[in-house]
Design a protein around this ligand. Structure first.
Ligand code: HEM
Length: 477
């Protein structure tokens, strides 16, 4: 009898809490209205409007019409777009637990489902600490001579004035740096195998996700399987050597959770591919914009050159290589890097998904809707950056207002590779401006999205190494 009563009581309790939750949900839906905006056509929504024109124009016209928060419907999903620093902070920092990262399943399969940026909560925090540790200032400072060597040999291969695709060439460099940060020294046969297969994965990433043999996505999935095998061999060799390296692989291999559990080889492989993916196109795209902006602003190039040549002169006299501390004192070049990141806004926006009904400034963001903080709109708003379309590194003499400058995102998923990316860019600038002159070929305007914004056609350009006699003469003048 007692058992039946307990059972009835529990049943009633469940029923009441269900009714209360439904009521709260209904109340939220009745009290708060959806943000303004248009949802376009059934199912396709406004996808065509977004992808048939420059996305900058799509977002800017929406913002002009509806303000800092508006709804739309893209790629089969209802979305709320947010174009203010305050709203971005709400989603990415203060209420981050209410918004989970969201990526198409096809991309998750290709990179590897255990990569940290697909996750939220404890697993994410554990992996994030490891990745952050391997990319901390203490660790990356030791990479300076290696990155410098890679920059120098990349640039040397451009010498002679033939037309090169600057973006594609810089991708080779950012891949090398990614490999350095992940493995430290890696035997060349492994590096070549990783490079070959990763480039097939890269080609399939933005292709139509079909398993039909011969299609880029299928080829990419096959290459991804081969990558797992190669990484398995590298992991096995490292385990045998029992080294305590501080590179990413070392950090992943040596990690144990509170129960003493180590990461599986698949979890390690997914995170290695994830970091390579996060590091390569982003940094190459930013560096391509730097090459273009320096080319388009001769006066600025002169200032940067003067700064870098002074460093080179000192190093030549004392017969020493570029040092970490010198990269920390390149004040002109640092501002050029920051302004390039603002202007280009490589990650123009990011995606999250509301895990519950959320209220923001009287508007309802329904559970399951996508939420997109629009970094580019914030970076290009005259409210936060005066004359925003002008390339003006001097604006960074004063720190931007809080939450208005987020080239590396913000909050729990903010970029752990930001210092490495900046170091890489400064080292590239150093070698480029002190040893080369260059000319952009063909049309010098326009942006291509693949999906990151890159100057049209990857910035075709010709590069010439200035002879060291010309350099010495210039330095002594
Ligand atoms: C100019 C170059 C780069 C830019 C503009 C950039 C930008 C970003 C942004 C905006 C995010 C946050 C995305 C979000 O919140 O959804 C992010 C995350 C991430 N970035 Fe970068 N990144 C760059 C280079 C790098 C490099 C060099 C590495 C590693 C070597 C790296 C590794 C990562 C990782 C692992 C995440 C995911 C973090 C997490 O989910 O906790 N990035 N990056």
């Amino acid at each position: 009898m007692g058992g039946i009563l307990v059972y009835v009581f529990l049943l009633l309790l469940t029923l009441v809490s269900y009714i209360v939750r439904r009521r709260e949900k209904k109340d939220a839906h009745q009290t708060f209205k959806l943000p303004p905006g248009s949802m376009g056509w059934p199912y396709i929504g406004e996808t065509l409007q977004l992808y048939s024109q420059d996305p900058k124009v799509f977002f800017a016209s929406k913002q002009k019409r509806y303000g800092e928060i508006f709804k739309t419907h893209i790629l089969g999903c209802p979305c709320v777009m947010l174009a203010s620093p305050e709203a971005a902070r709400f989603v990415l920092v203060t209420q981050a637990h209410l918004f989970k990262p969201t990526y198409p399943k096809s991309k998750e399969h290709l990179i590897g489902p255990s990569a940290l940026f697909f996750h939220q909560g404890d697993y994410h925090m554990r992996l994030r600490k490891l990745v952050q540790g391997s990319l901390s200032l203490d660790v990356i400072r030791n990479l300076t001579p290696h990155i410098s060597g890679a920059a120098s040999s990349t640039l040397d291969s451009w010498d002679g004035g033939r037309v090169i695709n600057t973006f594609q060439e810089l991708k080779k460099f950012s891949f090398e740096v990614g490999i350095l940060a992940i493995f430290g020294h890696l035997e060349s046969h492994y590096r070549e195998e990783l490079k070959k297969n990763y480039s097939i994965v890269d080609k399939g990433y933005n292709s139509f996700p079909t398993n039909i043999p011969g299609f880029p996505y299928r080829k990419a999935m096959e290459a991804r399987k081969r990558l797992s095998k190669i990484l398995g061999q590298i992991i096995c060799e490292r385990k045998e050597k029992r080294l305590l390296e501080r590179d990413l692989l070392g950090c992943l291999l040596n990690s144990k959770d509170e129960k003493g559990e180590v990461l599986t080889d698949d979890q390690i492989a997914d995170n290695i591919i994830g970091v390579l993916f996060a590091a390569q196109d982003t940094t190459a795209s930013a560096m391509t914009w730097i090459v273009k902006y320096l080319h388009d602003h001769p006066k600025l190039l002169e200032d940067v050159k003067a700064e870098q040549e002074a460093i080179l002169k000192l190093n030549d006299e004392e017969n020493r290589p570029l040092s970490w501390s010198q990269t920390r004192s390149m004040t002109h070049s640092q501002k050029v890097v920051l302004e390039s990141l603002r202007m280009a806004s490589i990650i123009s926006f990011t995606f999250r998904e509301a895990v519950a009904d959320v209220e923001y400034k009287g508007y309802l963001i329904p559970k399951g809707w996508k939420v997109m903080p629009l970094f580019r709109n914030i970076h290009h708003s005259p409210e936060y950056f005066s004359d925003p379309q002008k390339f003006d590194p001097s604006r960074f003499e004063v720190a931007p207002k809080p939450n208005t400058f987020m080239p590396f995102g913000s909050g729990v998923h903010a970029c752990p590779g930001n210092e490495l990316a900046k170091l890489e860019m400064l080292i590239m600038i150093h070698h480029l401006v002190t040893k080369f002159r260059w000319e952009v070929v063909g049309s010098q305007t326009g942006t291509q999205y693949g999906p990151f914004p890159v100057p049209m056609h990857g910035l075709p350009a010709r590069f010439w190494k200035e002879s060291s006699t010309a350099r010495v003469a210039a330095l002594s003048n």
